[in-house]
Design a protein around this ligand. Structure first.
Ligand code: SAJ
Length: 417
């Protein structure tokens, strides 16, 4: 089939490549010239395990090309961002403009699939009217339409695209069948057919489940600190129960998915989505909580300096979007602290340093913010020579705190006091 994939980000690009690898003739569309230029040279400008090699291999077949606007195709896949506005509402401008572009080339018999995570009703109430009004065609009768949300986790995208189960949510049953058939060309997991609204809510509910669970873990962490219990040990033991799966606490929830998607449910049903709303606030409050804990550790130190290790939203990725560490930096600065940040994946951006020694020099507290593998075996003896005051706070229960203590650090842990 001839496919057109709109949006060549973390999801659209590997998805386009999967379809091309499965034998389809794929044109990827992006508004960023750097992405288009790179892809047409068989290159990428993002970091994702295995993606650079895969793109090189697939573009060499000639079945994956890029350009800056939608072309005629048998099926269109929209994989553009759905960011959140200041007042926590879904910003649908990219979905709207991509749909308008598709409408410009849509013909009878085509299939249009939304992959972007979107509020309930996006397919029926936003996309369908645009496509129908611009073309005079009727959804269901003349073209197929639906939602097949991406569900892959950054860091394992290529594996999960193939092996995860998938949802084919159709505007009508025929659309759902067609979506399932298309993705079957590379998906080895089950593909479940449903309607578009259920598919939209499914994706939001999955990420919200995780957000609520993490909020519960963060609340436990605070309770454990107050009660003199180690929350990490508590959760480990609780999770030995066959029906318990408590997630991990931390300095907050980041990324463009879990920290965002629950708001799309709250936006639709603010009166009903109470636990969901509270969980969002609980997780959003964690950077301030960690900053307060840091100030207790720093009490009595004049002009304190804190060095944060890790700034990305989760380990071993280069993505800083919605990272709770960005908020932690602001929280500390607003309390009068000088902050240095080091990250092996995100240096060069926002003043983040690559060099650990440079970042740690003169620090009164080192905070482990992200559990990058890089930080597993920190040389605390070497760090001890660089800092001003030997304080270490692990927000991820990840570093070797015994080694820190052996080097003379006072080693603190989020979720245990
Ligand atoms: N986090 C915790 N505690 C945990 C797990 C995660 O604090 O126990 C934090 C992480 O540090 C990070 C944030 O949550 O800041 C989100 O990380 P994540 O690894 O849980 O998820 P994402 O955002 O990378 O990917 C999620 C996935 N959703 C689910 O697992 C239900 C992925 O499958 C989705 O495709 C993706 O969102 C998306 O695109 O929506």
């Amino acid at each position: 089939m001839k496919l057109c994939v709109l949006g060549l980000g973390y999801i659209g690009l590997p998805t386009a490549a999967m379809f091309a690898n499965a034998g389809h003739d794929v044109t990827g569309v992006d508004k960023k010239a750097a992405i288009v230029e790179a892809l047409n040279k068989g290159e990428i400008i993002i970091e994702e395990e295995g993606l650079a090699d895969f793109i090189k291999k697939v573009t060499a077949t000639g079945r994956l090309k890029a350009c800056d606007k939608a072309v005629e195709a048998d099926a269109f896949i929209i994989s553009v961002p759905t960011p959140i506005t200041e007042d926590k509402k879904a910003d649908m401008k990219f979905v709207i403009s991509a749909t308008e572009e598709v409408a410009g080339v849509l013909k009878k018999g085509d299939l249009v699939i939304l992959e972007s995570t979107s509020p309930i009703g996006t397919v029926d109430s936003i996309m369908k009217p645009i496509l129908e009004e611009k073309t005079g065609l009727k959804a269901g009768a003349d073209f197929s339409l639906g939602h097949s949300p991406e569900r892959v986790i950054p860091g394992r995208i290529l594996y999960e695209l193939v092996h995860n189960n998938r949802i084919a949510g159709g505007y009508d049953t025929e659309s759902a069948h067609r979506i399932k058939e298309l993705y079957s060309s590379f998906v080895e997991g089950e593909i479940y057919e449903t309607d578009a609204r259920t598919a939209e809510m499914c994706k939001l509910s999955e990420n919200t489940f995780r957000d609520v669970n993490i909020a519960f873990a963060n609340e436990l962490a605070k309770i454990c600190e107050a009660q003199g219990i180690n929350v990490w040990e508590l959760i480990e033991i609780c999770n030995k129960h066959p029906r318990v799966n408590i997630h991990q606490p931390g300095p907050g929830v980041g990324g463009h998915c879990i920290a965002v998607d629950p708001w799309f449910i709250v936006e639709k049903e603010p009166g009903l989505a109470q636990i969901i709303d509270l969980a969002r606030h609980t997780n959003d409050g964690m950077p301030a909580y960690v900053a307060d804990r840091s100030m207790e550790i720093l009490r009595g130190i004049e002009n304190p300096k804190v060095t944060i290790l890790g700034v990305t939203y989760k380990p071993d990725v280069d993505d800083m979007r919605e990272s709770p560490i960005l908020y932690l930096i602001d929280e500390l600065k607003s309390r009068g602290v000088t902050v240095a940040v080091q990250d092996p994946f995100a240096h060069g951006r926002n003043g983040v340093l690559a060099d650990l020694d440079e970042a740690v020099k003169g620090a009164d507290l080192i905070i482990l913010g992200v559990n990058h593998k890089f930080y597993k075996d920190l040389d605390f003896a070497a760090l001890a020579k660089l800092v001003r005051t030997k304080n270490f706070l692990d927000t991820r229960n990840f570093a070797d705190r015994r080694a820190a203590e052996a080097a003379g650090f006072a080693a603190y842990l989020l979720g245990r006091k």
